[in-house]
Design a protein. Structure first.
Length: 151
């Protein structure tokens, strides 16, 4: 599987780390740790070490809320995480601007669909990644409509 684009000067993020960060962003930047696993589609045994790595890298903060005995943890994105996610989106959009103008119109259209270069295509529709919530697919669809309108 191809690696997701990485921001400059950053240690490479794994696909699941990116999924967790993007999932938290879609959830408004914070979420209860115990409910995060179901949303991302992994178990806590897999997720806890990943959260520890993300916390050490300054991408998330875990905050205990509630009482002493039954407190729960809320996982929050840091400003650094928002910056990394913005850089990842920018890199993905750069890839999408690959010059395909020398190809046939049909092939150009097919290759311009963001799904053809999406690092999450194998999980699309099975976790938090799905077509109705994909920013790149929405932008692409809108550009196709505008293109048809101007023709």
């Amino acid at each position: 599987m191809e690696e997701a684009p990485q921001p400059e000067g950053e240690e490479t993020l794994t696909e699941i780390e990116i999924q967790i960060l993007q999932g938290l962003e879609r959830l408004g930047g914070s979420y209860q740790q115990r409910n995060l696993w179901k949303y991302i589609g992994i178990d806590s045994k897999t997720g806890l070490p990943i959260l520890s790595r993300l916390e050490k890298r300054g991408l998330i903060k875990k905050e205990r809320v509630g009482g002493e005995r039954r407190g729960v943890y809320v996982v929050r994105l840091t400003e650094r995480a928002y910056k990394v996610l913005a850089e990842l989106r920018e890199k993905a959009e750069e890839i999408s601007r690959f010059d395909i103008s020398k190809l046939s119109d049909e092939l150009q259209t097919l290759l311009s669909i963001p799904c053809t270069y999406c690092p999450y295509i194998e999980k699309c529709g099975f976790s938090f990644v799905d077509p109705p919530h994909c920013e790149l697919l929405t932008k692409w669809s809108m550009s196709q409509l505008e293109r048809e309108d101007s023709s």
